[in-house]
Ligand binder design. Sequence first.
Ligand code: 5GP
Length: 185
Amino acid sequence: MNKKLFVVSGSSGVGKGTVLKKFLEKNPDFMLSISCTTRKPRDGEVDGVNYFFISKDEFKHCIDNDKFLEWAEFAGNFYGTKKKFINRCLADGKNIILEIDTQGALKVKRQMPEAVLIFICPPSLEALENRLRGRHTEDEETIQKRLKEVEEELKRAENFDYKIINDNLENAVCELEKIIKEANA
Ligand code: 5GP
């Protein structure tokens, strides 16, 4: 049985990872897709679990051979979702969530109009900057690059199906559950 595809996007530091982690703990029948990236792994990230970490050459090879459902360049690195991975999960009847940037999300929607796009917004831009700095995973140059992306992300989010403001974790998770349950009904 084919299921719907859910796409969750949000600016760096908005806490979408935490919202999704909590959602997945409460809803074990859902899974996150695993993307390919040319970004270096952060401490604790595992190849094949958080991402498939590949070289720029491998990434280019996948683009040239039409292997990606979507891909995007984000803050100097490449990220992409393999068609094969998603099609196999959907055909197996799995509930799958893509956590990808807004450019990728809109590309997915063009190819799969039934996909449901959900954008997680920060309570304010100041809160977003504080969160991004507070997690100490990026250097200053990377933080600046990611902050520059925010404006574009918010513009693209206007074309999303739903928006969730992450000012409280529990509320954001409940809202996500509500949207997904309604769309899957
Ligand atoms: P990070 O480097 O923080 O893990 O991810 C940076 C951005 O890339 C995030 O907005 C994340 O959602 C996005 N991203 C992760 N995987 C993919 C993907 O496969 N495609 C696209 N377009 N964006 C992705």
